[in-house]
Design a binder for this molecule. Structure first.
Ligand SMILES: [Zn+2]
Length: 287
């Protein structure tokens, strides 16, 4: 079966979760080819099995190179402790039963986080959305059996109270939409950097000390305004990366946007390997 058909069958099975991003009416799969709403707004399934549900022009600086880089870094285990922690957290919080757990990754990028977390939990419907088509394309090519959508988090194409878990990992939030999409027992898991996250890169790329450090207090305050905080965990460790993984590490993060090519080259030349700091807060909330 090709990717498009695998995806069409999966979407068909769970078509009740969708609502039209234009008119909010229910949607269904037609001819294993398109998602169509009751007003005939039609969104085709692409060759690689994702659906583009964007309804207005949106630009993003996240490009193919960034997503390919993050995929390489994820494949080399960089996020494995995070994925383990999140999947354990979901198992503990959700009292899994016979029902399929519906997990939305909002801002999923190239899909590494969702695919890895889904793999660690049985009976999961994974749904990943991102406004960056380049990310969704990489996700759909590499991870079938997850529903991947190019979609706008401000007008997301899903019915209210649909999801048991929303993941929002190192990506901007939309708490109004998260409240709408999450069911009453559901949990929001938001991962944000702490001040030491990737500090080795920060030190190289920023000359001014104030940009080298970073506080996540404002993000935590906004989280607590939109959601009832039920738990908070810190994940802090060092990981040793070989020289070949340093370029993708640099390219996977928006930190590198402010770095000149000379700085990147200078950093690479003096390194044979690098100890990189991972320092994250994992916030868990309910509505
Ligand atoms: Zn419609």
């Amino acid at each position: 079966m090709n990717k498009k058909m695998i995806s069409a069958k999966l979407i068909n099975e769970f078509e009740e979760i969708f609502q039209c991003p234009l008119c909010t009416s229910p949607m269904r799969i037609v001819a294993f080819k398109s998602l169509v709403c009751s007003n005939n707004h039609t969104f085709d399934i692409a060759k690689y099995g994702y659906v583009n549900l964007i309804t207005r022009p949106l630009t993003t600086r996240y490009d193919k190179e960034l997503f390919e880089s993050r995929k390489i870094i994820a494949e080399n285990g960089f996020f494995e402790p995070l994925h383990k922690m999140i999947s354990e957290l979901i198992k503990n919080e959700m009292h899994l039963d016979e029902e399929t757990l519906k997990i939305l990754d909002a801002g999923c990028g190239e899909g590494s986080h969702l695919a890895s977390i889904k793999h660690k939990i049985v009976k999961v419907l994974g749904v990943g959305i991102d406004i960056a088509k380049e990310g969704i394309l990489v996700a759909a090519k590499n991870h079938p059996n997850i529903i991947w959508c190019v979609a706008d988090l401000a007008h997301s194409p899903f019915k209210s109270n649909t999801f048991d878990v929303i993941l929002n990992i190192l990506s901007p939030a939309n708490y109004r939409e998260f409240r709408r999409l999450l069911n009453d027992k559901g949990i929001l898991i938001k991962v944000i950097p702490r001040s030491d996250y990737l500090k080795e890169l920060r030190e190289i790329f920023f000359d001014e000390p104030q940009k080298q450090s970073y506080s996540n207090q404002k993000i935590i305050q906004r989280f607590n305004t939109g959601f009832e905080a039920v738990d908070k965990f810190r994940l802090s460790h060092n990981i040793s990366l070989s020289k070949s993984l340093i370029p993708p590490l640099i390219r996977m993060t928006p930190l590198s946007w402010s770095a000149t090519e000379e700085k990147v080259q200078a950093f690479l030349e003096k390194m044979s390997s690098a100890e990189i700091t991972v320092d994250l807060d994992i916030l868990v909330g309910k509505k």
